[in-house]
Design a protein. Sequence first.
Length: 314
Amino acid sequence: MKISNRVTELLGVDYPVIQAPMGWIARAQLASAVSNAGAMGIIETSSGDLDAIRGEIRKMRELTDKPFGVNIALAYVRDPGIVQFVVDQGVKFVTTSAGDPSRYCADLKAAGLTVFHVVPTLAGALKAVAAGVDGLIVEGSEGGGFKNQRDVASMVLLPLVCSKVDVPVIGAGGFSDGATMAAAFAMGAEGIQMGTRMLSASESPVHDNWKKAIVEAQETDTVFLNRGGKGPALRALRTARSTRVEQQVPESIMSEFAGVQALYFGGDMEAAIALTGQVCGRIDAVRPVQDIIEETVRDFHATVARLAARYNRG
């Protein structure tokens, strides 16, 4: 059932499935489960607590002997020594996001790391390739989290970028199972990234209230916030708070995250904004990471085989 392509070869994993680098959430508990399942677990640094991140990476090595990576969210870097910090941790794979890919790409690659950059537009993809990245994570606006204010869906963005670049591409935004993975590959990708699907997994450290809200959500139960306001746009679960923010755009969208810990780990769904993708409408249970990845890969192969049998009739 292993999948062999440029993504798995570059990352050293069995399956080209990447776990999104969700702030405060993408820590050892979740990322090690992803890596142990044969995919690529990612540790976040966007929370800015590098001492804690160092400890999480130490835990990763206790929990798994499989490859894992680290994300650098460029817009949220507080420590100018972030590149050396990542290099010192001995990881071999880095994703960069939320900023200019040329900022650290050369230094990371000079240290021997593989670098993929997250892009929300074709222009961003071409800029990243020019900066020398090894690959791209092409993220449509269906996905949860921080977004480009000029949103483009994966169905448009992914095949567009794949038609214009030669580096391997991972699709992000709306991917949660084997059928959507097959769709991503049909559009030119060689892997997928899962955010909301992993957010709702058994090993995710967030409070059960958030997981329950995802399982109960319909496909229309997210909202795209801060279109035209200061700072990034974002997609989140629709709650009383996010509906208010949609109708009355705050001077700073980041002020809405002051209570993030109370939401993420305390279960108060109105304490902050619950970043969640539209794919919440397709998630109907909290399941272990191993089951999610095994089923995704199994159904991917089954989908490809079914399509070939139906349409390749000579």
